[in-house]
Design a protein around this ligand. Sequence first.
Ligand code: NAD
Ligand code: TYD
Length: 364
Amino acid sequence: MRRLLITGGAGFIGANFVHHWLQHYPDDRVVVLDALTYAGNVRNLEQIRQRAELRFVQGDIADTPLVESLLRDERLDTLVHFAAESHVDRSIHGPDAFVQTNIIGTHSLLKAARKVWLEEKLVERHRFHHVSTDEVYGSLSAADPAFTETTPYAPNSPYSASKAASDHLVRAYHHTYNLNVTTSNCSNNYGPFHFPEKLIPLIIVNILQGKPLPIYGDGKNVRDWLHVSDHCRGIELVINKGVPGEVYNIGGGAEAENIHLVKTLCHVVDELFASESTLKQRFPDAPAVHGPPSSSLLTYVKDRPGHDRRYAIDCSKIESELGYRAQVTLESGLRNTVQWYLANENWWRAVMDGSYRQWLARQY
Ligand code: NAD
Ligand code: TYD
């Protein structure tokens, strides 16, 4: 039985992971520490909020005494670190928050873990798992081989640079202090609870509202798409079977150009509107209501500064050493994701309204 601290557990991937973990390990203790920034939403934990095993704490990972007291008082032995500023575009406009949370915040967690686990020796075994990104490896051209765990770091945005710095700190705490750490670097996630500022959820909610679908540059940038459920299973494997000090890449095996991905989403929405008559009443501004395809909303806009051309993940290490396989195909994952946003209109309308989010937080 484990006792886990999950940072950022009210965000997109963290919340999916909390659901995943409690479904598979119903007796484990799970403490979520989340500052509830614009990206955090306690509603993501709504279906499990009554579970006695779950405790939600609103707080900052940079608050080292708070983290120490949670590790100590709850006798936690596993820390899974998702909390971060995570959006590249925001990092371009305001890098400070990224340095603060992703670097200083991660270091605060490492200091707390070192104190309670290594100095006070409060638990018999411990694990610090750090969730990172493939963006630390930089950008690939079309002909380059995919990123492996030994690809040299070359972060290009303030976001990826701050994540790279955090990866180095995690590594150093293993090398210097012998903290039991593992790190996973994954590709672009998608699925339920994804905040509608990232490409896939933004495109879905914009189609439904009849708003333009912004395509940066020529739309030919390539990302590898990883369904969040596959990512959660990958992290679970690393926590259970991964070797301390090791890094594991987790990918979806689904590279796609942005323009192809967006057109696929348009097609999926159009098909669903054609087969479900109630959708036209619920979303009267969607193009499908008036006739033109959703792709009529495609709008090429100015490129993102320093826009990385291509990311691709070689996940043969986690496949051969830990038995990982991505299970969700891009086609089925996109369809399920569109269906989730159709079924959860209240969720996405609410998360786009900050005042509602703050009100909700006070109910917990
Ligand atoms: P997210 O932005 O949806 O959620 C981040 C969560 O962290 C939010 O709940 C937020 O309130 C919380 N948080 C932010 N600052 C905090 C602080 N100082 N103290 C406590 N909590 C704080 O992010 P996500 O997409 O779920 O990403 C989770 C992790 O996975 C991040 O570390 C990110 O770098 C990494 N990652 C994400 C992707 C992706 O495609 N989303 C890909 C690779 C890696
Ligand atoms: P994003 O979801 O922001 O993830 P990341 O930048 O971490 O890969 O963007 C995915 C891709 O989609 C990226 O190449 C930028 C592009 N993009 C657009 O073309 N339009 C948009 O409105 C957004 C948010 C992203």
